[in-house]
Design a protein around this ligand. Structure first.
Ligand code: SF4
Length: 373
């Protein structure tokens, strides 16, 4: 059996699997069946070994080649030398009083990113969501978000994104927690559509029936409005889509989300109207409410008009306060009036209870330790 421990990933068309450590080993947590079939061939093995490997990694969620006993021992040894199967390394795990768990991962090249596991409070609903990061830090500069203040950032690889799911699943499945990830939202650190190829690849791996097998209904990609990529997303994936909207007119949105100056609301809304939404699906509209900025009845009425005819559900998220924003949470009575105005116009508007606020795990708080907030 011919083996190569000096794989040239560029020649093998597997350059996208380069690991973050930069030692040339392919990161198999980002590999498709086809990638693994090519890899098997390059190692002088039959192609079907690639599918076997894929099932072992993603379906059986085995984290150590030595435990893949249906694969010949010699090949397991070769793989252990030539490839990387490491899940992201959690340097800190903190638990909130409400059961939310925040994971801080650090990479061999020295960047950090976070994931948040949010178990449903009403246990009988059995929806336990993992919020994953797509970048370390973020370049978009939304003025209400802590992550925007982190200057050093890079795109995460598909392996690092999928690895968050595998690492957290392994942690929460311990008997003392007895958890299980049922839903995945790309709403952690970063703008997913600025890391398009890795995010699409990760979503495909997460929803592959032969692998992790999450339903496309249970995986949501969120964007602040990278309009050209929304069109691409409609062609490439059938997962759910969330829009971080947060304003109903350009004047306010320009102020709180600089990305709106590049792609204003008219372009964003046009993209939503033209999106090939699968039947019986709706967009999720995220609306972070900032006191006296976007929380008036006039804002609510404008929002109804803006979204008229688009299938949506709106999540209302009163600002989670932190030290790096000039904004304050809205008054509770303004939140109630805003929600009622939307509901009165037959718009499905849900007021989200903040989760994990005490550990800096709530929406817009990712990046710092709780003490830095
Ligand atoms: S809200 Fe999202 S897109 Fe905006 S700065 Fe924060 S992480 Fe980036």
């Amino acid at each position: 059996m011919a083996k190569s421990l000096d794989l040239d990933l560029g020649v093998l068309a597997l350059a996208h699997l380069k690991n973050a450590a930069g030692d040339g080993r392919p990161a198999l947590l980002g590999a498709s069946v086809q990638d693994l079939e090519s890899l098997a061939e390059a190692l002088g093995e039959p192609r079907y070994r690639g599918r076997q490997l894929f099932t072992a990694i993603f379906n059986r969620r085995i984290a150590d080649f030595a435990e893949m006993t249906d694969i010949p021992a010699g090949l397991r040894q070769t793989l252990a030398t030539a490839c990387e199967l490491d899940r992201p390394h959690a340097t800190t795990i903190v638990a909130s009083v409400d059961g939310t768990r925040k994971y801080r991962f650090e990479t061999p090249d020295g960047v950090a990113f976070e994931s948040v596991y949010i178990p449903e409070v009403a246990k009988e609903r059995h929806t336990h969501t993992l919020c994953v990061s797509s970048q370390s830090g973020c370049s978009l500069g939304c003025r209400f978000c802590f992550t925007a203040s982190i200057k050093r950032y890079r795109n995460l690889t598909a392996a690092e994104i999928v690895g968050q799911v595998l690492a957290v699943q392994a942690d929460v499945s311990r008997p003392e927690i007895d958890g299980k990830i049922t839903n995945i939202v790309f709403m952690g650190m970063g703008e997913p559509l600025l890391n398009y190829d890795n995010v699409v690849r990760a979503a495909q791996l997460l929803t592959d029936p032969a692998g992790l097998d999450f339903s496309t209904r249970r995986v949501t990609i969120s964007t602040a409005g990278i309009v050209p990529r929304i069109y691409d997303l409609g062609r490439d994936l059938t997962t759910q889509v969330a829009i971080s909207l947060n304003a109903s007119c350009d004047e306010t949105r320009n102020r709180i989300m600089p990305i709106n100056r590049k792609w204003p609301l008219s372009a964003l809304i046009k993209a939503l109207r033209e999106y090939p939404l699968p039947r019986r699906r709706r967009f999720t509209i995220e609306y972070v409410m900032l006191g006296n900025v976007n929380d008036s009845l006039r804002d609510a009425e404008q929002l109804v008009r803006l979204l008229d005819g688009i299938p949506v559900k709106i999540n209302l998220l009163p600002l989670n306060p932190h030290s790096r924003t000039e904004y304050v949470p809205p008054a509770p009575e303004r939140v109630t009036a805003f929600q009622q105005a939307l509901r009165g116009a037959n718009v499905n508007a849900i007021l989200r209870t903040p989760r994990g606020q005490d550990i800096a795990a709530a929406c817009g708080q990712l990046g710092p330790a709780a003490s830095q907030l």
